[in-house]
Design a protein around this ligand. Structure first.
Ligand SMILES: Cc1cc2nc3c(=O)[nH]c(=O)nc-3n(C[C@H](O)[C@H](O)[C@H](O)COP(=O)(O)O)c2cc1C
Length: 347
């Protein structure tokens, strides 16, 4: 209701200003305490207890300004970042576009962020009780050695994170996605897991949706070999399905409704390649409980959302959770974990 009143104002501002205003509004909310785990929706994955399976995807709160307040809207977890070792300003503006007719977003932000040291100070001071906070790390655009940047990120952020996400799938840092190739990925994951060591938090890998079958097999083999704790499928797409908006031709990663089918298919592909050996997190175009449930039934233990929140408001997370409970009850499940992968073909 409040969002319905506010959204005409937000949509009159340019997309990046609207985002700043949303962040300020959330930042002004009281800390509060999370409601606690819901018996039907709570799920344990990669050794972490998630109070519910609906998370805030990376990129909304890159610098860790509001992650600890997202429980107000029903989020079971929030992923900060992408954070790079050094601060960087990202690409020139405009670099964020709302494709309202398509319920989509195109962004070419380019990892704008205040750097890991600055975020670390804030995250260390955040209230954490009942909150699951992941930290997504990347490489600086002009890093001489990108793998070294990921190692730096693991070392800097591990003590503060419930989980760490290695993001090699942003289309907005030239050459970054090349790290998804078998040779570079093996080198990267070997270095990252060594830096994490025995004691560190679980490591998740976030992949692009723009992958060929051979890429999927290579990534699945590498993830298995290096014992990655979970796979996040997926980031934004550089493909352009038919779009209505005048911003359709903008360069960058496309997210929201037009990404839905592609991201769901990639999740199915990774489930087929990995079976139940590596847990999956489904992201991309999820805008309601039915779509979240479909992703879970296809094999995702958790889901994340970003673009739909731009159109539906922040309480979308709470609505998805409510709808998920109804769908679970309809199908005779007593906990969400029973629904994970029920629609996946048995390998
Ligand atoms: C404006 C914007 C910025 C983003 N920044 C990041 C980022 O820094 N790191 C990352 O891993 N994903 C980033 N993403 C991708 C999202 O986390 C998510 O994977 C993608 O948008 C698909 O989900 P959605 O369709 O629900 O938005 C960004 C997405 C948007 C729209």
């Amino acid at each position: 209701m409040i969002y319905r009143l506010l959204s005409p104002l937000l949509f009159r501002l340019n997309a990046e200003k609207a985002h700043h205003l949303a962040m300020q509004t959330i930042g002004a909310m009281p800390q509060g305490s999370p409601a606690g785990a819901d018996p039907m929706l709570s799920i344990r994955m990669a050794g972490i207890d998630f109070p519910n399976p609906v998370g805030l995807a990376a990129g909304f709160d890159k610098d860790g300004l509001v992650a600890h307040k997202m429980h107000h809207f029903g989020y079971g977890f929030a992923e900060l970042g992408t954070l790079t070792p050094l601060p960087q300003s990202g690409n020139p503006k405009p670099r964020l576009f709302r494709l309202a007719e398509d319920r989509a977003v195109i962004n070419r932000m380019g990892f704008n962020n205040g750097g890991q040291a600055d975020a670390a100070r804030r995250i260390a001071a955040m209230p954490r009780a009942g909150r699951v906070i992941g930290i997504n790390i990347g490489a600086n655009k002009d890093a001489a050695d990108r793998i070294a940047d990921y190692v730096t990120g693991i070392q800097a952020m591990a003590p503060l994170a419930d989980y760490l996400t290695v993001n090699i799938s942003s289309p907005n840092t030239p050459g970054l996605r090349a790290l998804q190739g078998r040779g570079p990925l093996d080198e990267l994951l070997g270095a990252v897991m060594a830096a994490r060591g025995e004691q560190g938090p679980p490591i998740f890998l976030k992949v692009a949706p723009d992958l060929e079958p051979a890429d999927i097999d290579d990534i699945a083999a590498s993830v298995t070999e290096h014992k990655i704790d979970a796979l996040i499928v997926s980031n934004t797409t550089i493909s352009r399905p038919a779009l209505q908006s005048r911003y359709a031709g903008e360069t960058g990663g496309l997210s929201g409704a037009p990404l839905h089918d592609l991201a769901l298919q990639r999740l199915r592909d990774f489930r087929a390649a990995l079976g139940t050996s590596v847990p999956l997190i489904g992201v991309g175009g999820i805008a309601n409980a039915e779509q979240a449930y479909e992703r879970i039934r296809a094999g995702a233990s958790l889901v994340q959302i970003y673009s739909a929140m731009v159109y539906e408001g922040p309480w979308l997370a709470a609505r998805i959770n409510k709808g998920l409970k109804e769908l679970l009850m309809r199908d005779g499940f007593t906990n969400i974990s029973q629904a994970v992968g029920v629609d996946a073909p048995r390998g």
